[in-house]
Design a protein around this ligand. Sequence first.
Ligand code: NAD
Length: 355
Amino acid sequence: MKIAVLPGDGIGPEIVTQALRVLDVFRQEGLRIEIEEAPLGGAAYDQYGMPYPPFTQQVCQAADAILLGAVGGPQYDKLDRPMRPERGLLAIRRDLGLFANLRPALVFPELENASTLKAEVVRGLDIMIIREQIGDVYFGQPRGMRMNDSGEREAFNTMVYSESEIRRIAHFAFGVAATRSRKKLCSVDKANVLETTEFWREIFTDVSRDYPQVELSHMYIDNAAMQLVRNPRQFDVIATGNLFGDILSDEASMLTGSIGMLATASLSESKKGLYEPGHGSAPEIAGKNIANPLAAILSVAMMLRYSFDNLDAANRIEQAVRRVLAKGYRTADIFEPGSEKVSCSGMGDRVLEEL
Ligand code: NAD
């Protein structure tokens, strides 16, 4: 297993250190793991003058999977746009063809009071949002500003999906739904208004014939946004395009109330994946050893599951995290009276003990 490790900026390096300690447990047990580190984002700008330098590109292209901390920080906010850390992230996604973004929204029983929704609404929540990530209105051409016929300035973007792009993400989503116990897939669109998503619905319906074990449903985006806060447990897997997925995945992550707990994966057709926490670089707490490393640790579990088909190792990590929470250990962001506060590295220690 060749893994590129990109610690990034802010709390990235400290949470990635804890994630690597977890990976090392499996190396000691005999898994063959090769790790190469490279800078991305602000760290890469500092070292190479660009957010996704050729060295990092080469390390990522040669790897089977990539573990990323987070990028960004206030010191980089005044740079020209192409040099900003977040551009490094967009560049790597496009460069490696990471078309499928998976974002689990899981409520751990011990953290159900962290949600802004009532505990009984989110109890046991386990949703997987699958977002197509390299198409749609974010990449569609033409785009830009122009003068219209009445001499007024206007701005425009193009919402476009080709059949092969929709089929690719549909097969991926059905494949994920088929591995889950409820086997339900809800495709989200706006087929009543937008031709692009009417086509999306047609293709999803067609692909569903190959997956008779998966129950497909369709929902309009406005209703899905509402149902996610009204009754989120009705969902198992949600699949949608880039624009709708951007919004729904953030909404779903808030249902859990704890951004420091959620891992994400971005996958290519060859199963090469980029795994990272759902949160950003939290610059205000960087270097204090108080960040929550669990999202980074759970990113390693996702990596083992989706890029290396090692379900056993992935389950062991997830169970270790659950046991640590059940024993009452909390970093500052999820601390509640009555629990025991631990540091970033202290949380890493607890997870290693459980493993
Ligand atoms: P953020 O996710 O970094 O922080 C939001 C809030 O959550 C802050 O209060 C932060 O302290 C807290 N938080 C986040 N992760 C935490 C953790 N692991 N443990 C404890 N607390 C945690 O979002 P932001 O403040 O909007 O952005 C900060 C920087 O991160 C910006 O430069 C932004 O561009 C960047 N960013 C990067 C990514 C990425 O790398 N994928 C994603 C989002 C934001």
